[in-house]
Design a protein around this ligand. Structure first.
Ligand code: NAD
Length: 349
């Protein structure tokens, strides 16, 4: 399984997965297939772009002919599929793009894998990287396990649930060697600033209001992105065919507590008086259908494959803030143009 196509490798998590695979396995050939939407950025991979075992191919997974040709020409041993429309708010304003990329794009990849790997499915792997949001929302108690029924609420989670179902169906029906992982919220370097943590870092840096949905009481389980990439590496290599793994940090935070911690770190790093960043917190109309709580039981992954998160949230958040402050140019580049229009539209009230 040495020639691997990683889809969505120019995005946030994908770039960490590509970097990990390229640097950990010099004898592998890693192909990064990405359409370079607003969320894809080759700057994320500047440090490894010249490595001999890395190649970038620009392309759209929605284009079935292109995907078929790519599989025929490249003959990959495996695929780690991350390409997706990933932002819940955008799925609420325009669900169609989510159906096209997340559902149709995934089915196109499955069809290409089915046709090209026929007769040797056991020697090839189809790995779908998914989200815990497919399980719906929890009350104050309980955790999502691999057996939790699917109950997606947003167009984003509905599209990811659908693609998970297709991946499993191709495993059950045709015998494709599939694995799926469902992970909680990631944070870390190269995170696109439409998402809560980098958006807040960017706004605090520029003394702009930090928009918080509702009362900030929604709970999310946060995982450092490099720990997710390490889990993906392990699952790709070690998981049994047909298996599913939940990945999470046992690290639940209400949005408002998280933002207060972030404000405290930012005050310290920017040498501002403690409490000044927190004054920027501004409550805005809640997201439609906003799930109250997600929390993941990742004990199967810990027991079967020995994976545990490597750092605490406080350590990870410090590292993340340091990265964003040291990479001001990256942040300025991705927050110009289109981003400003999106931001104005999203937070207009
Ligand atoms: P991202 O939005 O940062 O990156 C997505 C990448 O996919 C971009 O590089 C984009 O250019 C590419 N892409 C989009 N449409 C494409 C298409 N039609 N063809 C080819 N490439 C296309 O997303 P992310 O946050 O890195 O998430 C990656 C994956 O992990 C997604 O499948 C997401 O559902 C899943 N996931 C994300 C999180 C999280 O917290 N961000 C948590 C769990 C699971």
């Amino acid at each position: 399984m040495k020639k691997i196509i990683i889809t969505g490798g120019a995005g946030f998590i994908g770039s960490h997965v590509v970097r990990r695979m390229v640097t950990t396995y010099p004898d592998y050939e890693i192909i990064n297939l990405d359409k370079l939407t607003y969320a894809g950025n080759l700057e994320n991979l500047k440090d490894i772009e010249d490595k001999a075992n890395y190649r970038f191919i620009k392309g759209d997974i929605v284009d079935a002919d292109f995907i078929d040709r790519l599989f025929e020409e490249e003959k990959p041993d495996g695929i780690i599929h991350l390409a997706a429309e990933s932002h819940v708010d955008r799925s609420i304003s325009d669900p169609s793009a989510f159906v096209m990329t997340n559902v149709i794009g995934t089915v196109n990849l499955l069809n290409a894998a089915r046709n090209n790997w026929e007769g040797a499915y056991d020697q090839h792997r189809f790995y779908h990287v998914s989200t815990d949001e497919v399980y719906g929302a929890l009350g104050a108690e309980g955790l999502f396990t691999e057996e939790t029924s699917y109950d997606p609420h947003s167009p984003y989670s509905a599209s990811k649930a659908s693609s998970d179902h297709f991946v499993r169906a191709y495993g059950d029906t045709y015998g494709l060697n599939i694995v799926i992982s469902n992970c909680s919220n990631n944070y870390g370097s190269h995170h696109f600033p439409e998402k809560l943590i980098p958006l807040a870092i960017n706004n605090i840096k520029h003394n702009q209001p930090i928009p918080i949905y509702g009362k900030g009481e929604n709970v999310r389980d946060w995982l450092w992105v490099e720990d997710h990439a390490r889990a993906i590496d392990l699952i790709y290599h070690k998981a049994a065919g047909g298996s599913t793994y939940n990945i999470g940090g046992h690290n639940e935070w209400t949005n408002i507590d998280l933002i207060h911690l972030l404000c405290e770190i930012m005050d310290r790093k920017l040498n501002r008086p403690q409490g000044s960043s927190a004054e920027l917190i501004t409550y805005v109309t809640d997201r439609a259908g906003h799930d109250l709580r997600y929390a993941i039981d990742s004990s199967k992954l810990q027991k079967d494959l020995g994976w545990t998160p490597s750092i605490t949230f406080e350590e990870g958040l410090e590292k993340t803030v340091d990265w964003f402050l040291e990479n001001g140019e990256w942040l300025e580049n991705v927050t110009s143009g289109q981003y400003l229009e999106y931001y104005k539209q999203q937070y207009k009230d």
